[in-house]
Design a protein around this ligand. Sequence first.
Ligand code: FAD
Length: 390
Amino acid sequence: MQFQLTDDEAQFASEVETFIEAELPAGYEGPQWEGGPEHQRVAKKFTDKLAKKGWLAPAWPVEYGGLGLSHWKQMLYKEMISYHRAPLGQSGMGVSLVGPTLIVYGTEEQKKEHLGAILRNEEWWAQGFSEPNAGSDLASLQTRATLDGDEFVVNGTKIWTSGAQYASKLFLLARTDPEAPKHRGISFLLTDIKAPGITVQPLVDMTGGKPFNQVFFEDVRIPKQNLVGEYNRGWYVAATLLDFERSGVEWSASSRRLLRDAVAELRSWGAGSALSKPAVRTKLASMAVECEVARWLAYRVTSMQAAGLIPNHEASISKLFGSELTQHLAQTLVEIHGLYGQLRNTSTRVRLHGRPADSYLSTVPLTILAGSSEIQRGIIAGRGLGLPRQ
Ligand SMILES: Cc1cc2nc3c(=O)[nH]c(=O)nc-3n(C[C@H](O)[C@H](O)[C@H](O)COP(=O)(O)OP(=O)(O)OC[C@H]3O[C@@H](n4cnc5c(N)ncnc54)[C@H](O)[C@@H]3O)c2cc1C
């Protein structure tokens, strides 16, 4: 067991960090969550620079335009991006989800059309999986795609579609055989999000932002060549896709940064302030412990990937612990800041850029998206502890 980066890995992490610090606007704080059109513009500019550097898809194989970096370097890159709150806009969906899926399942035409465009930051993707009646039980989705000559005709509704209002493309799951068992009659399709018949309706969350959307499909025609993988076997394509983003290092990295900023800010309150109270010190120390545990749980997932293993309940543990950490930290900062902890960034009396209150609100969905805490606990109980299914 060796808990140390190689010189090469440490040098890479430092190069990424130097680049991020140089390229982000001075004093850049990043939005808490979606951030609106202005944030999307900053994200586009920054991501264009990453793309020019060739770093947008660090782990893609070289033959597809990536850098072919190791799992460790890929994880370090993500850790730096999250720690510095570097904005990637919607580029992440293409780089982390669609691109790797096309590399495995895509036709030559699909690879040619999309991989280069994703690498140049020209295509921003959104994920159309969840529906009003299909979330944790995704296979019960009802959006229908019916073959009509060389086209699918799609009708239905997707919901919680992150960033769809900024995306140019959408990947979706649709039911192509309603008679088949529910996992077997689903196909994986790609579409222009501006295709006739698609309506994107932003949804407001409790922070006041519009991070996600409801997407309506009314007789949307999708060319047959946009089918990824086999007809009616899209569930298995989607399962591969969901495996691509698994270390969960972003939770610990963003929490470490917030804790560091909070401690620096609390210090500035001076002697006799909150920092001298044993209860406050104890809470902050507990948060430091949770940040480290989350980081090492993510590293464990990466070490399995690097060894050619497929993380399973280990990835669930990392996601569960990391996402719950973000909520514990937000709650701790709200408590420590007292009434200041309730101020949003719009107040002139705000402390810590309003992050206590913003985090308190914006971390709520983190234990729902990408498999809720209950679903993760179910996986850990079943596959980790070997308990019988309920
Ligand atoms: C901020 C945000 C962004 C999102 N972005 C996207 C996106 O871009 N694209 C997309 O397709 N989807 C997206 N989602 C949707 C997300 O995948 C779903 O919200 C998630 O799968 C849960 O589904 P649901 O909301 O329908 O809740 P449900 O599945 O209805 O769950 C409701 C409650 O029941 C619990 N529950 C459900 N099943 C079980 C079970 N078997 N055992 C124990 N408890 C259970 C859940 O944990 C939850 O507490 C996003 C969600 C959020 C919050």
